[in-house]
Write a protein that binds this ligand. Structure first.
Ligand code: AHM
Ligand code: MG
Length: 335
C-alpha cells in the first residue's frame, strides 16, 4: 500500500465525478470551506493568546449569548464563500436572515451554504473541543429567482455537508452523498490530509449521549428510554458540543439525543445548519437520524431559517431500538 499523502484538495478533485451536478462548482465551494476551516482553526488555537475569548455583547437570533470567537469564525466563513463565485448567499446561526451575495460577472450562483460557524461555543472559554458545521444546498428553483429566501424555500436539495472539529487535532469530515471521509490537518504543511477513509458507523455503541440534567424536563417516553439505556448498562458521555459528541459516535457508535424540554418545546438544535448536515453525514456513514416524533430528519421541510428540531441520531440499531421502544411505550400508555 502506498504511503502517499492525499490532501483534501486532491481528494475533492479525484472524487468530483461522483457529484450529480457541475463538478467545478461544488469542488470550488468545498475547497473554499477547507480554507475557511484553516483560518478558523488558527483563531481557535491562539484564542487564549490574543484576547478573543469570552463573550461579545450580543445575542444571536436564538437568544444564545454570542462568544467573540463565534463572530470571527462567522466573518471568515462569509469572506471565503463570498469570493467563491459559486455561492448565491449564506445562512448562518449568527445572522438573523439570509445574506445574499451579488452575482459575479452576471453569473447566478447555484448554492446556498448554511452553517453554524462555531458549534458548542459555551465550551470555548474552557478549552473544550468546538466545531464548525456546514450544509451545502443547491437551488432547484428557476435560476431567474434571485431572492435568496425564495430560492431556499422553493426547495433546495442538500448536496453536501460536513463539519470541522477543533480538538486534540483538527479534523474535517464531509460527504457529497457518496460516503463519508475525514481529513486531519497537518499543521507542519498546513494541509488537511486524508486520515479516515469511508467512515462506517458501528451498528451499536457502548454510550448514550444526552443532557441528563434535563431528565425531569423530558417527556415521559424519553425518560423511560433513558432509564432503559441505563438498564442496558450503557455509559453516559455528553460534551455539550454536538460536533464532538457526533464525532465520537461516528467512530465508536452510540446514540445522541436532544429531545424537547419545557425550555425548548421544539428542541434546541437548528434544523437547517445543525441537524440536517449531521443527519446527512451520519446516514451516509450507515447511521440514522430522526426527531422526537420519530420522523426522519432529512424528510423535514424547514419553514423558517432558524427552525429548531428535537433529534435522535447515531448507530442504526440503537436509533431503531429507541424508535421501537417509544412506539411500544406510547401504545401501552393508550391501552
Ligand atoms: P450552539 O450552536 O449555540 O453552541 O448550541 C448548540 C449546542 C450543541 O453543540 C450542544 O449539543 C448543545 O448546544 C448543548 O446544549 P445544552 O447545554 O442545553 O445541553
Ligand atoms: Mg454556535
Amino acid at each position: 500500500m502506498s504511503n502517499k499523502i492525499i490532501t483534501l484538495d486532491e481528494f475533492i478533485i479525484k472524487r468530483q465525478n461522483e457529484f450529480l451536478y457541475d463538478h467545478d462548482e461544488l469542488t470550488g465551494l468545498l475547497r473554499d470551506i477547507g480554507v475557511a476551516a484553516k483560518i478558523v482553526n488558527r483563531l481557535v488555537n491562539k484564542a487564549g493568546l490574543v484576547n478573543i475569548l469570552g463573550k461579545a455583547d450580543s445575542e444571536n437570533i436564538s437568544g444564545d449569548t454570542v462568544q467573540k470567537l463565534d463572530l470571527y469564525a462567522n466573518e471568515k466563513l462569509i469572506e471565503c464563500l463570498k469570493n467563491s463565485g459559486q455561492c448565491c448567499g449564506i445562512a448562518s446561526e449568527e445572522d438573523e436572515t439570509f445574506l445574499q451575495f451579488p452575482s459575479i460577472q452576471g453569473k447566478e450562483a447555484n448554492y446556498v451554504v448554511a452553517f453554524d460557524p462555531l458549534d458548542g461555543s459555551s465550551n470555548i472559554d474552557v478549552n473544550v473541543s468546538v466545531g464548525t458545521i456546514f450544509a451545502i444546498y443547491r437551488r432547484i428553483s428557476d435560476p431567474k429567482i434571485r431572492v435568496l429566501k425564495k430560492i431556499f424555500y422553493k426547495r433546495t436539495a442538500l448536496v453536501a455537508a460536513g463539519y470541522v472539529i477543533y480538538g486534540t487535532s483538527t479534523i474535517l469530515v464531509y460527504t457529497t452523498g457518496s460516503g463519508v471521509n475525514g481529513f486531519t490537518l497537518d499543521p507542519s504543511i498546513g494541509e488537511f490530509c486524508l486520515s479516515h477513509h469511508n467512515i462506517q458507523i458501528p451498528k451499536r455503541g457502548n454510550y448514550y449521549s444526552v443532557n441528563q440534567g434535563y431528565y425531569l424536563k423530558f417527556d415521559i417516553e424519553m425518560r423511560r428510554y433513558i432509564d432503559y439505556c441505563s438498564d442496558l448498562n450503557l455509559g453516559l458521555r455528553y460534551i455539550g458540543s454536538m460536533v464532538s459528541d457526533i464525532h465520537r459516535i461516528l467512530f465508536q457508535g452510540g446514540i445522541f439525543l436532544y429531545p424537547v424540554t419545557r425550555k425548548y418545546p421544539d428542541g434546541k438544535l437548528r434544523l437547517v445548519y445543525e441537524c440536517n448536515p449531521l443527519a446527512y453525514i451520519v446516514e451516509q456513514a450507515g447511521g440514522k437520524a430522526i426527531n422526537g416524533s420519530l420522523e426522519r430528519i432529512l424528510d423535514l421541510q424547514p419553514k423558517k431559517l432558524h427552525e429548531k428540531s428535537s433529534i435522535v441520531i447515531g448507530s442504526p440499531d440503537m436509533v431503531d431500538e429507541m424508535k421501537a421502544y417509544v412506539e411500544r411505550y406510547s401504545a401501552s400508555k393508550m391501552s
